[in-house]
Design a protein around this ligand. Structure first.
Ligand SMILES: [Fe+2]
Length: 313
């Protein structure tokens, strides 16, 4: 089609999409093009702004490596990851859910461990923590034999993949629920951490005076045939960044009660000082047990990066 004016170009693109044999492709791509063109019209996007936007997309790709995913970080920073999660879980957005965004730090090959084992694989400072978690279905019945993958950051605010000083797979492990749908493990209490801001995500946050902190949390990924793969995070209730999470992940349901025990014997005899406990129950839904695409595949090499902390203006 010969394009005579700015309206024609949208019609021309939509006419080509209409030729695609896959109906879902037609639905998604025609809506995408309609909204994208409408967006440019609404804000009267200038050529300079368009070129800047292209530059950001190119830079997100360039910065994405085997140990860092800038695209996933950008999606979280725009609230898009949480939106996709809430549209697709909790009976497709109708009910409260224990699902949450995946984030950029899941590695699929974490070591399988027996219930009660520790995630600490190299010396890692922090207050000891003992976690009991249960997996139930929507009727409240325990789900036995589910894989539960867990990962979290160190007290210094680094996932092991970012931090050559930590052992491979430190603070990661995969457990299997018992007949009561239960897993238990030991680690250190997670800390809040700054997300990397040396790329386009940093520019985005600085331009709004946003902080780059994430409130402390544990990540979980629950997987069992017959159930929709359940990605979650459980946030600590004492974190100062619950209201200003740079990834917009915190929902009420996902704030866990991390209990401090100062004068009680710990479940392990080597723990003499204070320790934390957490109990949490996940509710999973029937569906396809498809695991997400891994955002990263390897650990960073070289020096541990210094991550700037942006203060909220
Ligand atoms: Fe995280």
């Amino acid at each position: 089609m010969i394009v005579n004016n700015e309206q024609d170009v949208t019609k021309a693109v939509l006419a080509e999409i209409a030729r695609a044999p896959d109906p879902r492709f037609r639905e998604v791509m025609s809506a995408f093009v309609r909204h994208l063109h409408a967006f440019a019209r609404e804000v009267k996007l200038t050529e300079d702004e368009f070129q800047k936007a292209v530059g950001y997309i190119v830079e997100c790709g360039k910065r994405t490596t085997e140990s860092h995913n800038e695209v996933v970080l950008m999606s979280g920073s725009l609230g898009f990851s949480t939106l996709i999660c809430l549209l697709n879980n909790g009976n497709r957005g109708q009910t409260e859910t224990t699902a949450n965004l995946l984030g950029p730090f899941w590695r699929p090959e974490s070591p399988r461990m027996p219930n009660g084992a520790s995630l600490v694989r190299s010396p890692t400072p922090g207050t000891p923590m003992f976690v009991d978690a249960w997996v139930k279905d929507q009727a409240g019945k325990p789900v036995a034999g589910a894989d539960v993958d867990i990962w979290h950051s160190s007290t210094e605010g680094y996932y092991e993949n970012q931090d050559p000083a930590q052992a491979d797979m430190n603070l990661r492990g995969k457990f299997t629920t018992d007949a009561d749908g239960h897993i238990g493990f030991r680690s250190i209490k997670p800390s809040g951490y700054p997300i990397p801001v040396d790329g386009p995500v940093g520019d985005l946050l600085r331009s709004q005076g946003r902080a780059n902190m994430r409130p402390a949390h544990l990540h979980f990924l629950i997987h069992k045939q017959g159930y929709k793969a359940h990605v979650s995070q459980v946030y600590t209730d004492d974190d100062p960044h619950l209201e200003t999470d740079s990834q917009f992940g915190v929902t009420r349901r996902l704030i866990g009660h991390y209990v401090l025990h100062e004068n009680e014997p710990a479940p392990a005899p080597d723990v003499k000082g204070p320790w934390y406990s957490l109990e949490y129950t996940f509710e999973i839904e029937p569906g396809i047990a498809k695991l997400p695409r891994p955002p990263i595949t390897a650990k960073a090499r070289g020096e541990r990066p210094a991550i700037e902390r942006l203060k909220r203006a």
